[in-house]
Structures are given as structure tokens and as C-alpha cells.
Design a protein around this ligand. Structure first.
Ligand code: ADP
Length: 624
């Protein structure tokens, strides 16, 4: 009976032991059982696997000598030594060590006393958890957290991170503290509404709540705030962005606030608006029609004078609407000029007719200039339109008057010229009749003066014809060499005191109006004679240029033209104003007409001149 009981007891113990071993084996944490001297009594499978050892290598070994003392950590030794005598426990002891085979490991150690009820032996159960990966992950997470925190701290604009429903300030950077006017001790780890009560009264707390709950970004620009600044309160303009802050799982855990102080920009903007208003106020009082346009030429302002004149509202005139008011005949040229200015940034100037509210076209002088920024880019255009209708009418009257006078003068002058020629013929045909020298000299002088008079009258007539578009153009094929020779021969007869030389050979022909081109030659050679001293030479050259152009040059040794005048002498009525120059008769229109004529023939003019040395006037014409 006793034997039977002992057998069944043994059997029970065996089952219990097996049961305990099975439990230990299935536990996923490496376990060691030590005796009171810290010798290893047993270990579970996961221990062998984790630390790459087998039962034979460790059974009976002292833990502190195990693997060449790699487990001999002073903290562990202290704790283990107290464990049995003082009945203490080891709870979550973290040890980091470099294992020769396994490398760096972070271990979490827990230990407890266990008693072998059979032998009454006190043992130590050591659970050694490998938390290396968990620790690394945590380190990485905190590294990321650090980077993020640093980003916030170092951001050049105000930034803070709030967590939770109460918007507890987690991180706040220096610019944000400066803006709020509080220290980080006042704010960090406290709900924002507690340390900045205004957040509540201004309604921003509701916005923060909304961002936190609904997860939608909030953006507000140029918000007005009264904030502490340099010891006083000041109006500042801020642009705000509140963004929901989510954790790894995508759950909103807080709000990030970014804030930009845009006070300087807003003030500059307001100042610009003020200036603009002031400009409009002044412009509305001006008698001129004033407009402005953006860099692309889109009109964005017309002063009252402009609107009243056209009788149209701004909406109808803006952008390209204003062009409907320009006379259709004036638009094509105006468009070319305006577009050229827009792309080059050069000033624009043009005369054109604009329709008024009554539907009548009035002549205007239209001007515009570009305002550039520091980098030289066009910022805007400002333009004026000045009515010149009365000036135009006056000009027309004057032109008509000149035309009429020239006509009236031409008839008697032509008659006088005829009578003088008749008298000269009579004298020539009666060589035996001796006349006083003063008589023949006077007759020659009269003939000279009449020629000059005729030339001036012709110039005046040509000018008025040119202005009124009545200068007719009779195109024929012209041999330039012949034409130049003919003109020179004529001029030699009437100007015996100058030597007119000629250089030229067989050349191409040109298409053009013979009379008009002849006039150009007479004018250039005539000027060369007029503006140089008696006895000096004039050289006329005719030569080919670029194989398809003929170039005529007239060179004199006369008074020359100053650099500053060279650009202007082709303008109508322009005469060089020097003491010397005043002594020569003329109207200042010969060169103007000559240049117009050459241009109408598809050619171009050039001038080289040096004061007191001489001038060379040249023009080229395309070959026929
Ligand atoms: P003008 O009838 O006054 O000669 P032009 O139109 O022919 O008018 O010439 C304009 C001005 O150019 C002249 O007044 C004169 O000052 C200057 N000019 C023209 N040709 C010459 C020249 N060959 N030498 C010096 N000055 C000249």
C-alpha cells in the first residue's frame, strides 16, 4: 500500500515536473535557473538559441564565468547576491553589453527566487529578454522626434507643436516666444489657453479645436494682432497655418502652428495703396488724360478726364478696350509703336486721333514711359494723352498759307527769271553793243538771286505737298551716273567759284522719280557749295555698295557740323544755330525733304562731318 502510494506520488511529481518544463520551454523569454552559488542548473531552449550555446557548454557553469565572464555585470552581481539572502527581486534591469559572438545586445533582466519543494533548495529563476531591436526602434523614434523638435526650434519663423485636446504646448521656438512675449517656462507643458487667455476670446481656440478634431488645415493671411514688441504693444500682421499632427497610425495627436510675421510686407502694401490713392487723386485733377498699365501693357487706370472725354466706364476701356477709340487709320502704326515699347521698355510717343463721347475724333499727342524696378524690369507704364487738335488745325492753316504764298510767289518769280534770261539772250546776241559793266554784273546777280529764290519756293512747295501726301511719285528707270553728271554740269555753270569734281563709272540703274532724286542731288551739292568757302573743292562720288546698291556721296571742305547737331539736321526747319551758320540763307527743310525722298525710294542716308574740316553726305538706293 505504502509502495503504491509512493509510486503514485512519484508519478504525480514526474507529471508536475514535465508540466513545468513544458511551460518553461514554451515561454518565449530566455530563462536560466541558478543555484545559490549562481551555477546554472538549467536553461530553456530559447536561451540556447538566443545566445548560441548548447546545454553541454553551460550546464553547471557559474553565470559570472560563463563565456569568459561576459555575463559578469557589476549591477547584476550585486542584485543577485542580495536576492536569496534578502529575498529581493530583480525587476527590469537593463544591461547593454558587447557579446563576442552576438555583438551589441541590450538585455532586460528579471529574477525571482524559486524553491524546489522536493529538495527544499532555493534557486534563482532568471528571465533574460533580448530587447536590442525594441531599444533600437525606440532610439530611432526618439532620434526622429529630436530631429523634428530641432526643426521646430531652428525654424526661422514662429512655430509650435501642441498636443492633445487641450493643446498643451510641447515645443515652441524662439521666434514664437518673441512674438507672444513669454518665456518657454511660461508656456511649455501647459494648455495654450491657460497661458495665453486671448486665444479663447479671439476665437482661435475654436479653430485649434476644429483642426484637432476634423484634421483639416487652417490657413489665414495677414491677420491683425496687437502683440508685445520691444516693451510696448504694437499692431503686427501675421499669416497663420494650423496643421493637424498625426502619429504613425494616422491618429491626430496634436496641432502644429506656423506663423509668419508679414507686418513689413503688409505695411509696404498699404503704403503702396495709399500712394496709389494719392496718385489717382492728383491725376483726377490734372487737365491731361492719364492712364497706367501693368508691365504687359494692360491698362488698369484712367483718370476722370480720360473717362469723361470718352464717355466710357473703366470696365469698357481697360485692357485693350481703349483701342476701339483710336482712329482706324492711326491704329496700325500705333499698335506697332506701343508693342515695340512694351517689349523694349523704351518710351512711347505717337500722334493719333481719339474718339470723344460725341463720336468726334480729336488729335492727341500720346506718350508713355515705363517705371522700372531696381533690377531694370518694367513694373508698370504711365501714360498721358494731350489734345493737340487746335495745334493741328493751326498747323494745317499755316501749311495751307505757305502753299498758297509759295504758289503766288512762284508765278512772278518765274516771270522775272524769264525776263532776265531774255535780257541775257539780247546782250549775248548783240556783242557789238557795249554796255556798262555794272549793268551786266547786276543782271548776273539778279539771275543768281532768282535761282536761289526759285529753289526756296520749290522746297516750300515740296514740303507742303509732302505733308498733304500730294507729292506725286513718277517712277522710271534711272541711270544714276547720267543723272549725277547732268546735275553737276548744271551746277558748275551757276557756281563757277567752286570746283565740283566727280568720280564714278558704269553702274546699276535704279527705279525712282527722276525729278525728286535730282532735287536731292541739287540740295546736297548746293549745300556743299553754300557751306564752304569760295575756291574749295566739292567731290561727288558714285559707287556700288554690296553689289545691289548704289551709293552717292557729296564731300565738301566747308564749315562742318558739330556732333550734337548731326542727329537733328534732317528734322524739318532745323538749322544749326551758330554765328557763322546764320549768314547762310535757307529754311532748314532741304535735308528733311531729301531724307524723306531717299526713304520713299527704299534707301538710307548717312553723314560724316567734322567741325571746320568738312562734311560728307551719302545716300544709298537699291538697284533696279
Ligand atoms: P538749309 O536750307 O538751312 O540749308 P537744309 O535742310 O538743307 O536747310 O540743311 C539743314 C542745316 O544743316 C543747315 O541749316 C546747315 O546748318 C546744316 N548743313 C547742311 N548741309 C551742310 C554742309 N554741307 N555743311 C555744313 N552744314 C550743313
Amino acid at each position: 500500500m505504502v509502495n503504491q502510494e509512493i509510486n503514485s506520488l512519484n508519478e504525480n511529481i514526474k507529471v508536475a515536473l514535465h508540466y513545468a518544463e513544458r511551460i518553461i520551454a514554451t515561454i518565449r523569454v530566455p530563462l536560466l535557473v541558478l543555484d545559490k552559488d549562481f551555477n546554472i542548473k538549467s536553461a530553456n531552449k530559447i536561451f540556447y538559441k538566443t545566445f548560441s550555446v548548447n546545454e553541454g557548454q553551460i550546464a553547471g557553469q557559474n553565470i559570472f564565468q560563463l563565456s569568459n565572464g561576459q555575463w559578469d555585470f557589476p549591477e547584476l552581481r550585486d542584485l543577485l547576491q542580495n536576492l536569496l539572502p534578502l529575498k529581493t527581486k530583480i525587476l527590469d534591469l537593463e544591461i547593454t553589453s558587447n557579446f563576442s559572438l552576438l555583438g551589441k545586445k541590450v538585455l532586460l533582466i528579471n529574477a525571482n527566487e524559486i524553491i524546489n519543494k522536493l529538495s527544499n533548495e532555493k534557486l534563482i529563476l532568471l528571465a533574460i529578454e533580448d530587447v536590442t531591436e525594441r531599444r533600437l526602434l525606440k532610439e530611432k523614434e526618439s532620434e526622429i522626434q529630436d530631429v523634428f523638435t530641432n526643426m521646430v526650434i531652428q525654424a526661422p519663423f514662429a512655430m509650435m507643436v501642441m498636443r492633445g485636446f487641450d493643446h498643451i504646448i510641447d515645443v515652441i521656438n524662439e521666434p514664437a516666444l518673441k512674438l507672444i512675449g513669454k518665456s518657454s517656462a511660461d508656456l511649455v507643458n501647459k494648455p495654450i489657453a491657460d497661458s495665453i487667455p486671448k486665444i479663447k476670446s479671439s476665437g482661435y481656440i475654436n479653430i485649434l479645436d476644429k483642426v484637432f478634431i476634423e484634421g483639416e488645415r487652417y490657413v489665414a493671411t495677414e491677420q491683425r494682432f496687437v502683440l508685445p514688441h520691444l516693451g510696448a504693444k504694437e499692431v503686427r500682421y501675421l499669416s497663420l497655418v494650423f496643421d493637424p499632427f498625426k502619429n504613425k497610425e494616422g491618429v491626430i495627436t496634436g496641432v502644429i502652428a506656423v506663423c509668419n510675421d508679414v507686418t513689413t510686407q503688409v505695411i509696404a502694401h498699404k503704403k503702396m495703396e495709399e500712394n496709389e490713392m494719392r496718385f489717382h487723386l492728383i491725376a483726377d485733377f490734372m487737365p491731361e488724360k492719364i492712364w497706367t498699365a501693368d508691365a504687359e501693357g494692360n491698362k488698369n487706370y484712367f483718370n476722370n478726364r480720360y473717362l469723361n472725354f470718352t464717355g466710357l466706364p473703366f470696365a469698357d476701356l481697360k485692357n485693350w478696350g481703349w483701342k476701339q477709340l483710336i482712329h482706324p487709320e492711326d491704329w496700325p502704326e500705333n499698335e506697332i509703336l506701343w508693342r515695340a515699347s512694351i517689349s523694349s521698355g523704351e518710351d512711347y510717343e505717337n500722334m493719333l486721333r481719339i474718339r470723344n463721347a460725341e463720336g468726334e475724333y480729336k488729335w492727341h499727342m500720346s506718350r508713355a514711359t515705363a517705371l522700372l524696378d531696381e533690377a531694370g524690369h518694367i513694373q508698370m507704364w504711365i501714360g498721358t494723352k494731350t489734345e493737340i487738335q487746335s495745334v493741328k488745325e493751326e498747323e494745317e492753316k499755316r501749311a495751307n498759307f505757305i502753299k498758297m504764298v509759295s504758289h503766288e510767289l512762284k508765278t512772278p518769280v518765274t516771270s522775272i527769271k524769264g525776263y532776265v534770261q531774255l535780257l541775257q539772250l539780247i546782250i549775248d546776241s548783240h556783242p557789238q553793243t557795249s554796255l556798262p559793266e555794272t549793268f551786266t554784273n547786276s543782271l548776273e546777280r539778279i539771275s543768281d538771286l532768282i535761282n536761289r529764290q526759285t529753289r526756296l519756293i520749290n522746297e516750300m512747295l515740296d514740303l507742303s505737298r509732302l505733308d498733304s501726301g500730294q507729292l506725286e511719285f513718277h517712277s522710271t528707270e534711272i541711270n544714276m551716273l547720267n543723272l549725277v553728271t547732268e546735275v553737276i554740269e548744271d551746277l558748275r555753270l551757276t557756281n563757277p567759284k567752286h570746283k565740283i569734281n566727280f568720280v564714278g563709272n558704269k553702274l546699276c540703274k535704279v527705279n525712282g522719280d527722276k525729278n525728286q532724286l535730282e532735287q536731292v542731288l541739287v540740295n546736297l551739292i548746293g549745300n556743299a557749295i553754300k557751306y564752304s568757302a569760295e575756291g574749295t573743292d566739292v567731290l561727288v562720288t558714285v559707287a556700288m555698295q554690296d553689289q545691289n546698291k548704289v551709293k552717292v556721296s557729296v564731300k565738301d571742305q566747308g564749315i562742318g557740323i558739330d556732333k550734337k547737331d548731326q542727329e537733328n539736321i534732317f528734322d524739318r526747319f532745323y538749322r544749326v544755330s551758330g554765328k557763322n551758320e546764320q549768314t547762310y540763307p535757307g529754311f532748314g527743310i532741304g535735308l528733311y525733304i531729301s531724307k524723306e525722298t531717299v526713304t520713299r525710294h527704299g534707301g538710307s542716308f548717312s553723314l560724316e562731318s567734322e567741325k571746320n574740316v568738312g562734311s560728307t553726305f551719302s545716300f544709298t538706293l537699291p538697284c533696279a
